[in-house]
Every structure is written in C-alpha cells, then in structure tokens.
Design a protein around this ligand. Structure first.
Ligand SMILES: *[C@@H]1O[C@H](CO)[C@@H](O)[C@H](O)[C@H]1NC(C)=O
Ligand SMILES: *[C@@H]1O[C@H](CO)[C@@H](O)[C@H](O)[C@H]1NC(C)=O
Length: 234
C-alpha cells in the first residue's frame, strides 16, 4: 500500500500538486470520510463530521404504499409516519410496521456519534424512534422507544432518557464506542444514559418510527428529524 502510494506520488509530483494532495488524502481511509472538525462544541469536541450524501439517507417504508404516503422531506425536515396496521418493508420481512431512515454508513470499529434534532408529535407511542443497528446476538445495539411521552432504553420504563418528549424539538446525541463497547445518550446536551454495547461488527444509525409490540402501538406513529449528522473519532 505505502509503496503504491509512493510510486503514484512520484509519478504525479511533477504534473499536478492538486492531484498529489488528493492522493495523499485518500491514502488515509479516515481522511476520505472526513470534512471538518467542529471544535466549539463540548459534545462534538474531538469528533470530526462525516460528509454524508443525500443518497446515503435510505428510507424504508411499508412495501405496499408509495413513499410519499409515509415520508416527506420539506425545508430540511424529514417527516416519517406509519400506522400500526401497516405491512413490513418487504413481504419476507418478519418485522413490524416502520418508516425509518437508514444512514448508509456502516462502521465496525472506532467511535461514532449520531446527532439529530427530533420531534415526536403527541400521541405517538410504542415506537422505536432511533436505533444503532447491529449486535452479536440481537439485531440492535441501541433502541430508543417512546411510550406515552417518555423516551426509553428499549421498552425499559425504568431507564427513561427523556420524560417529556412530545411536541418539542430535542437534540439527540448518541455516542457508540465500539472497542470500549459502550453507548452514551445525550438529550439537549445533557448526559442521560450509558449502557454496554452488545457486540457485533457491522453497525449503522437509523431514525424514524418502527412499531414495537411490547407495550402496544398507537394507531399513528410519527417522528420528524432535522440536521442529522454523523461524527467520528479515528
Ligand atoms: C415517564 O417517566 C417518568 C419519570 O421516570 C415516570 O415517573 C412516569 O411514570 C413515566 N411514564 C410512563 C407512562 O411510563
Ligand atoms: C467507554 O469506555 C471507555 C474505555 O473503557 C472509557 O474511556 C469511556 O469513558 C467510556 N464511556 C463512557 C461514557 O462510560
């Protein structure tokens, strides 16, 4: 690898300084992903924003309804909704009703952070609104559910991440340290939860609404998201 880069470097050194610079950047896998540091913010301090293309925001919705009947993206806000009676994302999928956005950025090591501003309209209950996909013996490493206005760690009503989440914008930050195997959740910049990781070596973030069978779903489940970003430390 180093040899190839050096050879190419020599080849290009005389022709274009810009090309050489690009080559040096892509030779570091991290630099390829990264845009700029955002040093001012304590939470994101030490993290670097990952450049995400719109094509990396992949919406999953009931297989038999058009996207526009479960999703809209207007003025920077992604609005997702689903009904308890909706079908899963494919005929073969065993899961419940969902309209979720998957961020197609798969990671297996390092420290990753999701940041987004969420809004859950009054009445939405029995839904996961954010998750870290991938784990060793489960499908997920983290799920944040909403039940009657409480945002909880999965369906554990003793681990309340926010006790009044309806009808307001909240800032959600979720940090996943893969090697240390811990997950930390912040709401509006305040530390609310640290839980162990659950293994696995292929993860990504999702947000939206995914109906949960444990405590019953409201007929309509809905969440809105804006300014969704992913940060990493390499
Ligand atoms: C919501 O959380 C608060 C604070 O933990 C708790 O007192 C309340 O019972 C919870 N409500 C529901 C519906 O679980
Ligand atoms: C996660 O684990 C690492 C390594 O043990 C530790 O440095 C870090 O403080 C932990 N994070 C939290 C939020 O507990």
């Amino acid at each position: 690898m180093a040899h190839g880069v050096n050879a190419a470097f020599l080849l290009l050194a005389s022709s274009s300084p810009l090309l050489v610079l690009q080559l040096l950047l892509v030779s570091t896998s991290c630099a390829l992903l990264l845009r700029s540091a955002r040093g001012e913010d304590l939470l994101t301090n030490g993290f670097t924003a990952v450049e995400l293309a719109e094509a990396q925001f992949k919406v999953q919705k009931p297989y038999d309804v058009p996207l526009t009947e479960r999703y809209e993206f207007v003025d920077g806000v992604r609005r997702m909704w689903v009904y308890a009676t909706d079908h899963p994302i494919t005929t073969a999928h065993p899961g419940g009703p969902r309209t979720e956005t998957k961020i197609e950025l798969i990671y297996s090591s390092g420290v990753w952070q999701f940041e987004g501003y969420g809004y859950i309209p009054y009445g939405t209950s029995g839904a996961s609104v954010m998750q870290i996909f991938g784990a060793a013996e489960h499908a997920t490493t983290l799920m944040l559910h909403v039940y009657d206005g409480n945002l909880t760690y999965y369906h554990d009503d003793t681990r309340v991440v926010d006790a009044g989440v309806y009808d307001r914008w909240f800032r959600l930050n979720v940090v996943h340290d893969v090697a240390a195997s811990n997950v930390t959740v912040f709401v509006d910049g305040e530390h609310r939860l640290t839980v162990p990781g659950r293994g696995g070596d292929s993860h990504y973030f999702k947000f939206g609404v995914y109906g949960q069978t444990k405590n019953g779903m409201s007929h309509l489940m809905e969440s809105w998201w804006r300014d969704v970003k992913v940060f990493t430390k390499c």
